[in-house]
Design a protein around this ligand. Structure first.
Ligand code: NAD
Ligand code: UDP
Ligand code: UDP
Length: 408
C-alpha cells in the first residue's frame, strides 16, 4: 500500500459489523464508482456513517452531485469526476464498482459507450484492485438471465440472452464484466464479489430515467397517464433501495452498556430524519455517544428490517463468498399490478395508457434468494406497498418542491 495506512484495518469482518460502543473505529478507504447515482449514493451514506473514507468516482452521466452533496464538508468524503473507461490510479482497500447506467433508456442511449463502460471500465477497476490488493465488488444484474426460461432465477442458471439485441450492450456487457471479475480472481488472485441486483426502486432515482417505477410514480404525481408497455402482463420483482433514516431507531427507557450486544437488540420504536440520524451515526464512533445515551436513557438499536439492497452489498463485500448472489425481492408483480399499487398509493383515479413494448423485453423475472439468505443472512423485508410511499415523498418533493402527505 502506498498511502499512509489508516490506523486499523477493516473492523466489521471481525466484529460482525458491530462496533463496540466507546471504541473509536478506524475505517477503510473505499472507492465507489457510480457513487453519485441512485444505488451508489445510498451505499456511500452507509459507508460514511460506518466511519469509512469514501472516494466517489463518477462521470455524472446519470448520477447527480445533489445525491452526495450532503457529504461535501466531510473530510472522509471525496468526489472525482472521472470516466472509468479511462485508467485511474488510487490507493484503496475496497472497490464497489457500480459505474454503469442501469435504466434501459439510458443504457440504450449510447450502446457502445455502455459496453465500453462494462468491459473496459470493469477491466480498469480490476486492474486497480490487482495493483493495490483491494477487494472488488461488481454490481451485476438480473439481466444476465435475459428472457429467462427458468423461473424463479437461481444463480446456477446461465440465462437466455440475445447477444445481438438492443439490450445486449447492457446484459452481455455485465456478463463479460462477471467473466472478467472471475478471471482476475482465478488468474491474479483478486478478491472479487459479484452481486446480481434485481429491479430496485426508492428515493433519489432519476425522475425521468425511464424505468417503470419512476415512470409510473412521476406520471401519477403529474396527473399524466401511466404508460404500460405491451399488455402489462410481464412481471418484475421490486426491492426497496435502503434508507438511512430508517436504519437507526430508538427504544426509550433502556440503558445501554458499552458492549456490542446492545447493537441489534430490541424493537425499533421511532425512526429519525436523515440529518439527525447521520449525526448520531457519526457520534456512534466515539464514547461521547455512549455517554449521551446514558444521559438520556436511550438505547439505539440497529434495525435489520430496513436494510435492503445496500446492506446486501455490504454483507457480500465483508463476507467470504465470491458469489454470484441474487439480491432482490421475490415479490413478483405484473406491470398492471404495479400500476394498481401506484394508484392506491398516489391517486386512485390515475389513468393507464398502453404503449407498444420495447424489443427483447424479458417476460418475467423473480429472484431465488436462497443463497443470499443462507450464506449472507440477507433477505429484503420491505414490501412494495411499504417502500413505494417513501419513494413517493421524495419524488413529490423533487417534482413540486414541497412535502405534501401522500393522497393530498
Ligand atoms: P444509476 O444510473 O443511477 O447510477 C449509475 C452511476 O454510474 C451514475 O452515477 C452514472 O453517472 C455513473 N456512470 C455511468 N457510466 C459511468 C462511467 N463510464 N464512468 C463513471 N461513472 C459512470 O444506476 P443505479 O440504479 O444506481 O445502478 C447502479 C449499479 O447497479 C449499476 O451497475 C447497475 O447496472 C446495477 N444495477 C442496478 C439495478 C437497479 O434496479 N437499480 C438493477 C440491477 C443492477
Ligand atoms: N489500471 C488502472 N489503474 C491501476 C492499475 C491498472 O486503471 O491502478 C488499468 C490499466 O490501465 C489496464 C487495466 O487496468 O488497462 C488492466 O490492468 P492490468 O494490470 O490487469 O493489465 P495490463 O495493464 O497488464 O494490461
Ligand atoms: N415498463 C412499462 N412502462 C414504462 C417503463 C417500463 O410498462 O413506462 C415495463 C417494461 O416494458 C418492462 C418493465 O416495465 O417490462 C420493467 O422495465 P424497466 O425499464 O423498469 O426495467 P427492466 O427490468 O426492463 O430493466
Amino acid at each position: 500500500k502506498y498511502y499512509e495506512p489508516l490506523q486499523v484495518g477493516f473492523q466489521s469482518a471481525n466484529s460482525g459489523g458491530k462496533i463496540p460502543l466507546g471504541l473509536k473505529r478506524k475505517g477503510l478507504r473505499i472507492v465507489v464508482t457510480g457513487g453519485a447515482g441512485f444505488v451508489g449514493s445510498h451505499l456511500v451514506d452507509r459507508l460514511i456513517a460506518r466511519g469509512d473514507s469514501v472516494i466517489v468516482v463518477d462521470n455524472f452521466f446519470t448520477g447527480r452531485k445533489e445525491n452526495v452533496m450532503h457529504h461535501f464538508k466531510n473530510p472522509r468524503f471525496e468526489l472525482i469526476r472521472h470516466d472509468v473507461v479511462e485508467p485511474l490510479l488510487l490507493e484503496v482497500d475496497q472497490i464497489y464498482h457500480l459505474a454503469c447506467p442501469a435504466s434501459p433508456v439510458h443504457y440504450k442511449h449510447n450502446p457502445v459507450k455502455t459496453i465500453k463502460t462494462n468491459v473496459v471500465g470493469t477491466l480498469n477497476m480490476l486492474g486497480l484492485a490487482k495493483r493495490v490488493g483491494a477487494r472488488f465488488l461488481l454490481t451485476s444484474t438480473s439481466e444476465v438471465y435475459g428472457d429467462p426460461l427458468q423461473h424463479p432465477q437461481v444463480e446456477t442458471y446461465w440465462g437466455n440472452v440475445n447477444p445481438i439485441g438492443v439490450r445486449s450492450c447492457y446484459d452481455e456487457g455485465k456478463r463479460t464484466a462477471e467473466t472478467l471479475a472471475m478471471d482476475y480472481h482465478r488468474g491474479a488472485g483478486v478478491e472479487v464479489r459479484i452481486a446480481r441486483i434485481f429491479n430496485t426502486y426508492g428515493p433519489r432515482m432519476c425522475i425521468d430515467d425511464g424505468r417503470v417505477v419512476s415512470n409510473f410514480v412521476a406520471q401519477a404525481l403529474r396527473k399524466e397517464p401511466m404508460t404500460v408497455y405491451g399488455d402489462g402482463k410481464q412481471t418484475r420483482s421490486f426491492q426497496f433501495v435502503s434508507d438511512l433514516e430508517n436504519n437507526f431507531c430508538f427504544e426509550w427507557g433502556a440503558l445501554p452498556t458499552s458492549n456490542a450486544e446492545n447493537m441489534g437488540a430490541g424493537q425499533p420504536v421511532i425512526g429519525f430524519e436523515l440529518s439527525a440520524c447521520e449525526y448520531l451515526a457519526r457520534l456512534s464512533e466515539c464514547s461521547l455517544y455512549a455517554l449521551w445515551c446514558r444521559a438520556f436513557s436511550i438505547k439505539i438499536t440497529y434495525s435489520d428490517d430496513y436494510c435492503m439492497i445496500v446492506e446486501g452489498l455490504m454483507r457480500l463485500m465483508e463476507g467470504e463468498h465470491v458469489g454470484p448472489f441474487n439480491l432482490g425481492n421475490p415479490g413478483e408483480f405484473t406491470m398492471l399490478e404495479l400500476a394498481q399499487v401506484v394508484q392506491e398509493t398516489i391517486d386512485p383515479n390515475a389513468r393507464i395508457e398502453f404503449k407498444p413494448n420495447t424489443e427483447d423485453d424479458p417476460h418475467k423475472r423473480k429472484p431465488d434468494i436462497t443463497k443470499a439468505k443462507d450464506l449472507l443472512g440477507w433477505e429484503p423485508k420491505i414490501p412494495l406497498r411499504k417502500g413505494l410511499p417513501m419513494m413517493v415523498s421524495d419524488f413529490r418533493q423533487r417534482i413540486f418542491g414541497d412535502h405534501k402527505e401522500e393522497g393530498t
